[in-house]
Design a protein around this ligand. Structure first.
Ligand code: SAM
Length: 309
């Protein structure tokens, strides 16, 4: 007689099951469980990426919570599923999250689908999972395509260590603080960006990080998928000549060892000493302030105020 854990798929008469109640599910690994939230990943641009398991869960749960009910109704229609839909999005997530959890606690099963991709990655999926965790409601995932990881694997950059940064804040101060924190991070950095903000973000990345390699991953999994492996300076000038279109993930090379050492060199100086260093090297005061701000990832006026006290 041998022991197995309860996730075994086949029921073998010679096996003594550790937990007979769980063993009943053997061979029914994909059976929909009552009182459970399913995070169902949907395609990021190619319907064929919807998995069989995702289709089964969408067809069999009691109801679907969707970030955009119109988009999700279309998706359900395409796979021939009719299901009650409730909306769950940024501006109703607090109250609606509680209502959804109440229904799940009462025994219903729910599939959460966000606009596209993996729920919980830069969308309100994160909040409902936190709420379920607080209320000890079971959550499980039906994984699939995520724009960030798809872009990373196609970037041609170092993939062993990376940091997902999602969307940068539109608040100037917060954005520049975050960029300056990331300046010496040697991991590959992944950003999401909307097309109408792409030019500003590329310019900000160039100002903060200098001329690093970047892969602009556009329209992933769609007919017009494009991976532009370039540098920040080239990306900035390319988009001075054309308008960005479609969805983008930006994958940026991490800080090199040489740049890290340079940053450490500056960090041992005060801001005043840093500026004086450039002046002694022949720069005008204004150019020295600009160069110091760039090295430290600071706004020019933050350096300037040290000379205006
Ligand atoms: N949860 C999603 C995921 O798993 O990737 C991300 C949702 S976030 C609100 C939307 C952002 O993801 C877009 O602004 C874009 O940066 C990125 N994105 C989504 N689909 C994409 C695609 N097909 N190609 C490139 N980027 C995409």
């Amino acid at each position: 007689m041998k022991w197995v854990n309860s996730m075994s798929l086949t029921k073998d008469p010679d096996i003594l099951y550790a937990d007979e109640s769980k063993a009943v599910n053997c061979g029914e690994k994909n059976k929909i469980r009552r009182g459970t939230l399913y995070l169902v990943t949907t395609p990021i641009g190619n319907l064929s990426d919807l998995s069989d398991r995702a289709k089964k869960v969408l067809a069999e749960v009691d109801f679907v919570a969707a970030e955009d009910t119109r988009n999700s109704a279309k998706l359900l229609a395409l796979i021939g599923v009719r299901k009650p839909l409730v909306s769950y999005f940024e501006h109703n997530k607090r109250e609606r999250g509680v209502e959804i959890c109440d229904r799940i606690e009462a025994g219903e099963s729910c599939a959460l689908v966000t606009d596209a991709g993996m729920p919980g990655i830069s969308d309100p999926g994160e909040d409902i999972v936190k709420l379920c965790a607080e209320r000890s409601i079971p959550v499980t995932a039906v994984p699939g395509p995520c724009a960030a990881l798809t872009a990373l694997t196609l970037s041609g950059l170092f993939t062993a260590r990376f940091a997902f940064e999602g969307f940068l804040s539109t608040n100037r101060g917060e954005r520049s603080r975050r960029l300056s924190e990331l300046k010496t991070d040697s991991r590959t950095l992944i950003f999401y960006e909307a097309p109408h903000k792409l030019k500003t973000t590329l310019a900000d990345l160039y100002e903060a990080f200098g001329d690093r390699r970047i892969s602009l991953c556009r329209e992933l999994t769609k007919l017009n998928e494009e991976i532009m492996r370039t540098t920040l300076s080239e990306a900035v000038s390319m988009y001075n000549e054309r308008e960005p279109r479609g969805e983008y993930v930006l994958v940026l090379e991490g800080c090199s060892e040489a740049d890290k050492q340079e940053a450490a060199f500056w960090s041992e100086m005060s801001i005043e000493e840093h500026v004086e260093f450039y002046i002694a090297d022949g720069k005008s005061k204004m150019d020295a302030i600009k160069a110091c701000a760039k090295d430290r990832g600071l706004a020019k006026n933050e350096v300037y105020k040290h000379f205006n006290k």
